[in-house]
Structure formats: C-alpha cells, structure tokens
Design a protein around this ligand. Sequence first.
Ligand code: ATP
Ligand code: FE2
Length: 335
Amino acid sequence: MAMILGIESTAHTLSFGLVNEDGNALPSSSDLYTPEEGGIHPREAADHHSMIAGHLLQDLMDNNSLDSTDISAIAFSQGPGLGPCLRVGASIARGLSHSWDVPLVGVNHCVAHIEIGRNQTNCNDPVLLYVSGGNTQIIARKSGRYRVLGETLDIGIGNMLDKFARNHGMAFPGGPKIEALASDWLASDSTHTMDEISLPYAVQGMDLSFSGIMTAANQKVADGQPLEAVCWSLQEHAFAACIEVAERAMAHAGKNELLLGGGVACNARINEMAMIMCEERGATAYCPPKPFCVDNGTMIAELGRRMLSVSEATNLSDSAVSPGLRTDQTIVSWD
Ligand code: ATP
Ligand code: FE2
C-alpha cells in the first residue's frame, strides 16, 4: 500500500516516519542531537541532521521493506522551530519530492502533535495539553482552527526541566532524570507535602510561566534541600499548573476529552494528574504511546495525510520554512 513519508527536524530530533493511506502509523526512525555542553546550538543540530539523514531514511525503508515507488507523498515540518534545523528537513523533502515525483506537503509541527494523538488514542475533539521542550500550550479546535487557549509566557516546561537538570549536572534530556529522582524521593518517604519545598505557582490567568519556578528551585538546592526533594516539588508545582489551566480550558470550551502530547507527556506523574482531574469531572484523559509523544516523523506523515485528503499539495514556491509559525495559523478542514 502507498505510504506517506514524514520528516521531522524542528529542533533536537531528526526523524523519518510513515503512515499508510488509511492512517496506520509505523514506528519512526529517529536520532537525537545531544549537545556536549550547554543548550542546543541550532547550527550544530542542523549539521547533525544533515549528516545522519541518509542513514536514517535508509534504515526506515529497509526495516519496512519499502522502496521509493511505495511512497505517495512527502510531508515535512514547515515550522515552528529553529531555522537551520527546519531548513535541513525542508531541503530533504523538496529533493525527495522532486526525484520520486510525488507531492510535497508542509505541515505545522504543533498541529501534528494533536493529530498523531487523535490517531493513536481515538479521541475525537479534545483539549490538547501540549507540553514539550520549546512549547507549552493548551489548545482546542473551534471554527476551523486549533485555538491556543493558554500558553507559557516565557520558556517551555521541557526547557525549564532540561535547564534545571543541567544546572545540577544531568545531561539532556533532563525531564526523565528529574522524574526518576522525584520517584526516588517519594519511595524514600511518601509523607512529604509541597509546603516543605514550596515554589512559586506558574499560573497567570489562562497562561503559564516557568522561569520563576526554575530560579526558585535552583535556590532551594543552593539552600541545602535534597536534589530529589526539589525535583519532586518542581514536578508537582509545574504539572499542577498545567493541569489547572487545562481543566479551565475544558470547562470554557465545553470539551470532555483531554489529550496529552509533546515530550513531557512521557512523564507518568503528569499523566496521573490528568487522569485524576478528568475522572473528577466525568471526562477522559488520553495519552499516545511515548514514541508518539516525543517529536517523530510519523506525526508529520499523519498530518500530511489528513491535509492531502482535503487540500492541494504545497507548491515549491510556498515551501519555505516558517520558524515562527503559530498553532492557530493553520486552517483545519479535515475531520
Ligand atoms: P517542540 O519542538 O514541540 O517544542 P521538542 O523539541 O522539545 O518539541 P519533544 O521531543 O516534544 O521535543 O520534547 C522533548 C522534551 O521532553 C525535553 O524537554 C525532555 O526533557 C522532555 N521529556 C521527555 N521525557 C520526559 C519525562 N519522562 N518527564 C518529563 N519531561 C520529559
Ligand atoms: Fe514537538
């Protein structure tokens, strides 16, 4: 059966993935750029993506016994993201589309997180809590767009976790390491309350803010609180803030499904909080399997498939990358 190939290259991850024309999703072939020290350097990440691309694509095709004649369209992340990284993915997409003579479709990365979540969980009309490195948004579909009902006013929740982790000697990605330390702390004594290691609360109306909470958490460690305890409190405060805004968004928008997406959705504690909140209001929480929470090429293929079902392919002249693309700029006319 013909397959849509998706290419993801917005930031750290280069990934190729496939869906067939019925929307059956196959695992992606991915590789993560990890800086030797400090945060992401866009040019270095882009070099990593260029170097690894040929091997990754070959692996994907070999693992699925496919050749170029099995591919019916090429989808790529057009934005938002880091310009140099996006341009690598877009160039590969244009080249493949031209040499394999198949349509090209540029997609919105944030919307792709939503559509792979709907694909994987079969939820229909959710509020999406999109918690990744660079983005933290609460989103719902209304009048042909995915509207941003709330978002971070400064850094993404994942970047906050990564930076805090880096400050305390843990390499990227920091989120899973913080999760492990927080569990250790709970396992050591589960009677702790947030008051012991209280941090600022990140909610500002329907928006969120994470830089203050990170500074305060660093200070707690400097003051001698155990790192595990601060990791636990950091998760409790940051996740509770996201869940609170998501709950209000569900109430305002009249939706009874919550979908988690983005890399931070891999965290068991934010999933637990989402489930408890939804149970209390008679709603349902959904989360796709981890490989589809983090950035992956399959989600790009899935959104490309849905877009091609209702509209034309992207012309070469419209295929420039769009680093500042917003979730609500994309017109949503598919089911
Ligand atoms: P986007 O471009 O959408 O902002 P991204 O480049 O940040 O995405 P993702 O793969 O969606 O990439 O998310 C990566 C983030 O997810 C990192 O900040 C990482 O620390 C975080 N993360 C991954 N696993 C966990 C976990 N178990 N708990 C908390 N955070 C996690
Ligand atoms: Fe992402």
